[in-house]
Design a protein around this ligand. Structure first.
Ligand SMILES: *Cc1c(COP(=O)(O)O)cnc(C)c1O
Length: 368
């Protein structure tokens, strides 16, 4: 890596994160071993506007436990978009259920509600709405479909902290929502995640599952009531999370400013699409992304080569999950199967400079 290489992501860590983490490492033991965890959970559910939040070791773990708490198992089908990272699908497979991949909308790159409804069968047990790159799913439509068929909608909001849909924060609208604090995300704890919900019963079940199946009401020590999970966050990670959450407005507004800045720089290129922000929504802009028009005949490998030569980290747009060897090809998901060939995520770390963005935009322009 050279000195002027532009990385695509890097967290923003200040003295505050270092101070809290140091305090947790020095003092957060014994009677205080959960202090930052409880503080982080309380601050997070207040931020989201949900009743509950449970800190986890990852978003994947949060999804796994949430789906397990719903009783998802063999024979069940879960609908999600074909364009996704495998983390949203892996917990379904681990529980013995089947992910059903449906196509996305061309503008939001998220679930097409019409295709969701068409994919519902007697075995469908949940719809996972993943807010891709900060773009929002059509939540009103998805929730109405869920209501009509008696199927819960879950939100994987790992990429959508800072995104809002008609005044509600992403992650707060479904039966439960999940977040990731992996080092590439807008706010980080290194590795980490969160499950949020308004649902009292679901929360109690997840809480029990997360503690190796030991119910809060169980008075006997080391006496699990069921086989559970161990997907906990450490107090030191939670300390970093507390600091990041205090700075969340700054972290997300910077992401939004970077997306706006790319949009302005590339505004004169006809047909080039960036992350949309329809009326009534706020895009948290985790990952500014450009989709080239079909006429340009851009390919993934040509994009990778050009960005590589310009010493810029290029991050490819997610390939369809159905194209992976462990699933069945679904080329009829035409948008998912075509868009990834002509799209790329742009660098958007907190401290990226105007000059860096100019350099990135020169490469984007070279394809138009
Ligand atoms: C990052 C991400 C995950 C996985 O998060 P982990 O914390 O790494 O488990 C899940 N879903 C989506 C949409 C993501 O972007």
């Amino acid at each position: 890596m050279t000195a002027d290489r532009i990385v695509y992501t890097k967290p923003s860590i200040t003295d505050l994160e270092v101070r809290y983490a140091t305090d947790a490492a020095a003092n957060g033991w014994g009677a205080r071993c959960y202090d930052y965890i409880h503080q982080f959970e309380a601050a997070f559910h207040q931020h989201l506007g949900t009743r509950h939040a449970l800190a986890t070791s990852s978003c994947t773990g949060a999804l796994h436990m949430g789906l397990a708490a719903m009783g998802i198992g063999p024979g069940d089908e879960i609908i999600l978009a074909d364009t996704n990272w495998i983390a949203s699908a892996a917990p379904i497979v681990h529980l013995g259920a089947t992910p059903v991949f449906v196509d996305i909308l061309p503008d939001s790159w998220c679930l097409d509600p019409g295709k969701v409804e068409a994919a519902i069968t007697i075995r469908t047990k949940a719809i996972i709405a993943v807010h891709l790159y900060g773009n929002l799913c059509e939540m009103d439509d998805l929730l109405a479909i869920g209501e009509r068929h008696g199927i819960p909608v879950i939100e994987d909001a790992a990429e959508a902290i800072g995104s809002e849909y008609r005044g509600q924060r992403a992650g707060s609208m479904g039966l439960f929502g999940t977040f990731s604090f992996h080092g590439t995300k807008t706010m980080t704890t290194g590795e980490g995640g969160m499950l949020v919900t308004q649902d009292e019963e679901l929360y109690e079940r997840v809480l029990t599952l997360s503690n190796h199946g030991r119910a809060r009401s169980q008075s006997k020590q080391f006496w699990p009531d069921m086989v559970g999970f161990k997907y906990k966050m450490s107090n030191i990670q939670a300390a970093i999370g507390c600091a990041q959450l205090e700075r969340i407005e700054m972290l997300t507004s910077r992401k939004r400013a970077i997306l706006a800045s790319y949009r302005e720089r590339l505004a004169d290129l006809p047909g080039l699409a960036l992350n949309p922000e329809p009326a009534g929504t706020v895009n948290g802009a985790w990952m500014p992304t450009v989709v080239f028009p079909e006429e340009t005949n851009v390919t993934k490998s040509a994009l990778l080569k050009a960005f590589g030569e310009a010493d810029i980290d290029a991050r490819v747009f997610f390939s369809p999950l159905s194209a992976l060897s462990m699933f069945t090809d679904k080329p009829d998901n035409r948008i998912s199967w075509s868009i990834h060939e002509r799209a790329i995520n742009l660098p958007s770390f907190h401290d990226i400079s105007d000059a860096d963005m100019d350099r990135v935009c020169r490469v984007v322009r070279s394809f138009m």
